[in-house]
Design a protein around this ligand. Structure first.
Ligand code: CP3
Length: 353
């Protein structure tokens, strides 16, 4: 498949999200929502029912492009689309079997607690349909909107590959990292290499920003965080920048708390995603003032709506006023979020309420 490089001259024209990632403070701030395409939207549930499984949707690039664009059709105030795919496409391309069990979540096999990563049979072509989705979305996207690509960070992807599913405190993977660091290093490096290819493929197909989801960064001790989150992320950022020096990269180390400053300083990311447990007043004071931040409304405040939502949104807006800030949730939007609450949120952030 031929990959056409994105046109860099066109990248930043009139796009508020890209302006903030370059360090500009905007009022109102640009906004998008993690997991903005998904089950809280009736039009997603409809297409999902028509087309079958989640993975069938991801691999049908017409459907995936349509889903990527659904939230922007419904909510024209959103400033970005995020590619509809999943962080577990990387383990799938590395040769694990991937299924999603309704109500339970993803399953990968064989698990790396039992099989060496070198013994998996890789299928790099499993990444290609995702680039088709990117091209289709890019062709249809309004020129003021930004297209965000993404991948999981090596650590978070490794936790799923080792255990075969999500786990409460990633104990299995943390044990492996302590008991056999050389073997764990090989796993991390392998994930990292494929993730670099995957992100470069997305960029060459047209994404303008990438976000690294590190959903389980919070379970590591400081020394292990340095070794398995910061160091691999810094290498990954370097590898991508070697090809695309100006590509904005948003790092989202969920749960990193007091380790956020080290992460921001040492990884080379452009912007820092903050989860809802981070006090925005602390973040505004303690993080470098030119570092763009993203976040961090509690997804449950969005479910609650009304005055609770209004107050919570106000606290985030006030804390980050005057600095480069992208409004977002502190984690993915929840399935039981009323669509009307998303409308309230957008009206408040964009000052039409
Ligand atoms: O943000 C977006 O709208 C883009 C698409 C996106 C999905 N997953 C679609 C999805 C993104 C960015 C992700 C990231 C992702 N996937 C993460 C990191 C962020 C986070 O939430 O911590 C993780 C850990 C995964 C792995 C994953 N995928 C799990 C644990 C699950 C099952 C839980 C669930 O919500 O059902 C998925 C499935 C998944 N990925 C769905 C969607 C829309 C639900 C699919 C469905 O049943 O229709």
């Amino acid at each position: 498949m031929s990959r056409k490089p994105a046109d860099p001259s066109n990248r930043q024209a009139g796009k508020p999200l890209l302006a903030v990632l370059r360090g500009q403070a905007l009022s109102p701030p640009p906004i998008w929502l993690m997991r903005q395409a998904g089950r809280y939207l009736p039009e997603y549930r409809q297409l999902r029912q028509d087309k079958g499984s989640f993975l069938d949707l991801v691999y049908d690039s017409d459907a995936a492009a349509e889903i990527t664009l659904q939230p922007l059709k419904r909510f024209p105030q959103l400033d970005a689309a995020i590619l509809f795919s999943d962080i577990l496409i990387v383990p799938f391309a590395l040769g694990q079997n991937l299924t999603f069990i309704a109500g339970e979540g993803p399953r990968l096999s064989p698990i790396l607690a039992e099989t060496a990563i070198e013994d998996l049979n890789p299928f790099p072509a499993r990444l290609d349909p995702i680039y088709d989705t990117v091209r289709k979305v890019k062709a249809a996207l309004d020129r003021t909107k930004t297209l965000i690509g993404f991948a999981g960070s090596p650590w978070t992807v490794a936790t799923y590959m080792a255990a075969g599913q999500g786990s409460r405190d990633q104990a299995e993977t943390r044990r492996l990292a302590y008991s056999d660091p050389a073997r764990f290093e090989a796993i991390i490096r392998r994930i990292e290499d494929v993730t670099v290819d995957y992100l470069l493929g997305q960029v060459e197909a047209g994404v303008e920003v990438v976000q690294l989801f590190d959903s389980w960064a919070g379970s590591l001790s400081p020394a292990q965080f340095e070794q398995w989150v910061i160091v691999p992320t810094a290498r990954l950022v370097d590898a991508i920048r070697a090809r695309h020096p100006d590509l904005p990269i948003i790092g989202f180390p969920k749960g990193a708390g007091g380790k956020l400053r080290a992460y921001a300083r040492e990884t080379g990311i452009t912007a820092l995603g903050l989860d809802e447990t981070v006090d925005p007043v602390w973040a505004a004071k303690e993080l470098p003032e030119d570092l763009p931040v993203q976040g961090n409304l509690d997804p449950l405040a969005l479910v609650a709506g009304g005055e609770t939502l209004q107050a919570a949104v106000g606290r985030v807006l006030d804390a980050f006023a005057g600095r480069p800030h992208i409004f977002n949730l502190g984690h993915g939007i929840l399935q039981d979020t009323p669509v009307a609450h998303v409308e309230e949120l957008l009206a408040q952030v964009k000052g039409t309420k």
